[in-house]
Design a protein around this ligand. Structure first.
Ligand code: SF4
Length: 345
């Protein structure tokens, strides 16, 4: 089922959105009459990538090449250099990010998963100690559950709030690993947040972003996880900040991916560093590899690309990596409390 087209800012190439791989996607691709299609699949679907490419070739009647580089989000679609002869891209598993310009017409297949029994899920929540005034946040795959789950929770006496985020989010109540503005919009009205989806990636990011308990519900297994210990997460980051307060030589990491490029932020941070008598060098990369930072005569890094690199992958890097707000904390320009998540707008 097609879920519509989303406007892009600036309006370069169109994003088309589909719920699943199926007849509507094939028909739209045939109508686009591509000379060559580049197909990108996320890590969890790599096993099916070759069958999918073969099916697309057969259904569309055009050559299909696979983008084999690991991709991490909708910010990270195949670049022109990666697939120079492809005039259309098919990106699986992500919703478009409305304010990221595309390099070619791109068909996003969100892999929606409507399964999950709202009545049973609401019963599980009602039997737990989760607060009754709840903010609801979902991964894009489970957004089709929103209305039915909200109705089931209403019937159980919950008050459910959902927010509309900023222009990096395509849908209300949607979670993106770098942007939880849909949750922030309702945080003052709720006692806790319920994340609906699988894995720890989004609950962790959400716990950094909002000062409320974050519970996570796997809608397919009907398993409710106890809230994340936000205080421990934040304390760990504050200790990291404190450890580099006196660092003199900083590397400012800047990604060239269209959806992760905050060059202006990097330049502003460089200026702040210099104003505090620190040295700060801009380091450009597309996909960051911890090995690229080995052997450098730098004390610490601040990363302007995906915020989750510092928060989730920090231990893999040879020197401490801070987010931009943490860097300003290290310089003494922001207080350690309240902790500020590096929301990518
Ligand atoms: S910046 Fe990071 S969290 Fe945001 S969409 Fe890209 S990979 Fe995901």
């Amino acid at each position: 089922m097609a879920t519509g087209s989303l406007p892009l800012v600036p309006p370069e190439f169109p994003a088309r959105v589909f719920a699943t791989v199926g007849t509507e996607l094939f028909a739209a691709l045939r109508a686009a009459n591509p000379a060559r299609v580049v197909l990108q699949v996320p890590a969890g679907l790599v096993r099916n990538a070759h069958d999918l490419a073969a099916r697309l070739r057969e259904e569309v009647g055009a050559p299909v090449v696979l983008a084999t580089r690991a991709c991490f989000g909708a910010c990270d679609f195949p670049s022109r250099d990666e697939a120079p002869r492809a005039d259309v891209a098919v990106v699986l598993g992500h919703a478009p990010i409305p304010n990221v310009p595309l390099v070619r017409p791109t068909f996003f297949v969100e892999m929606r998963e409507p399964a999950g029994d709202p009545a049973s899920l609401a019963a599980t929540l009602a039997a737990s100690s989760i607060p009754r005034r709840l903010g609801l946040v979902l991964s894009v795959q489970h957004l089709d559950l929103t209305a039915r789950l909200t109705a089931a929770l209403d019937a159980r006496g919950f008050e459910v709030r959902m927010g509309r985020g900023d222009r990096r989010l395509a849908y209300a109540a949607q979670a993106l690993g770098c942007n939880y503005t849909s949750a922030e919009a309702v945080a003052r009205d709720v006692e806790a947040f319920l994340f609906v989806g699988t894995g720890r990636f989004h609950p962790l990011g959400l716990a950094f972003a909002v000062d409320r308990p974050v519970w996570a519900l796997d809608p397919l297994q009907n398993i409710l996880e106890l809230p994340i210990d936000r205080a421990a997460l934040v304390r760990r980051r504050q200790l990291q900040v404190a450890s580099v307060r006196d660092a003199r030589r900083w590397g400012i990491l800047v990604s060239t991916f269209a959806g992760q490029n905050r060059h202006a932020t990097a330049l502003a941070l460089q200026e702040r560093a210099r104003a505090h008598g620190r040295e700060a060098e801009l380091l450009l990369f597309d996909r960051l590899d911890p090995r690229d930072l080995e052997g450098r005569d730098l004390d610490a890094y601040v990363n302007t690309a995906c915020p989750r690199i510092a928060l989730d992958d920090g231990p893999y890097y040879p020197k401490p990596v801070l987010t931009p707000p943490e860097f300003l904390m290290a310089l003494g320009e922001l207080p350690l409390e309240p902790y500020r998540f590096d929301t990518y707008h």
